[in-house]
Design a protein around this ligand. Structure first.
Ligand code: CMX
Ligand code: CO
Length: 140
């Protein structure tokens, strides 16, 4: 079902500082910056690698407000890994297959993610405490 790890989402207080850290320490390069009001985040994607089934990234996330998914996470747990995003060929099909196995979907239908992707989240309580995102990248 999963083709690759598309990205690891990392919650931070200060996006610009974290970008600077990832660039200067690991040599990663920002390929996209977006504000996603629906998800309540200001975010950047940093390219890590390319593979047979697409690319993988680090997604740095700063909340737009305290009362958002990432804002609540930061106040409860502090900075760190927020979610894992897996690449799938067909997000609607993956959602249906996974829901059929009893895992709760947070999203009833796919939403807009970074770089034109269609995304959907699975509830962390049904995935051993890991917030899990399905990512279908747009066709080239
Ligand atoms: N990873 C693991 N567990 C998490 C979590 C995370 N990222 N976020 C929340 N939880 C846990 C909390 O610890 C809490 O557990 P306890 O009840 O044991 O304390 C429980 O889930 C409920 O958490 P909450 O703080 O009360 O938050 P909500 O229930 O309001 O929201 C969630 C939790 C997962 C439904 C919400 O964060 C969500 O809808 N996330 C999906 C959207 C998202 O994260 N968008 C930002 C990223 C966008 C992108 O990647 O493009
Ligand atoms: Co993500």
């Amino acid at each position: 079902m999963f083709q690759r790890i598309d990205h690891v989402g990392i919650a931070c207080h200060n996006l610009e500082e974290k970008i600077e850290f990832y660039e200067s320490t690991f040599g990663l390069v920002v390929v996209s910056r977006e504000v996603n009001e629906e998800q309540g985040v200001k975010e950047a994607m940093l390219h890590v690698a390319d593979g047979e089934h697409g690319s993988s990234y680090v997604q740095l996330l700063q909340p737009l407000h305290p009362d958002t998914a990432v804002g609540k996470y930061l106040s409860k747990r502090g900075e760190g890994v927020h979610h894992i995003g897996y690449g799938v060929a067909d997000v609607a099909k993956a959602m249906a297959d996974i829901a059929g196995k009893g895992v709760r979907l947070i999203d009833e239908r796919p939403r807009h993610g970074s770089m034109g992707a269609s995304i959907a989240f699975l509830h962390p309580k049904d995935v051993g405490g890991v917030l899990t995102e399905l990512v279908e990248t747009p066709r080239q």
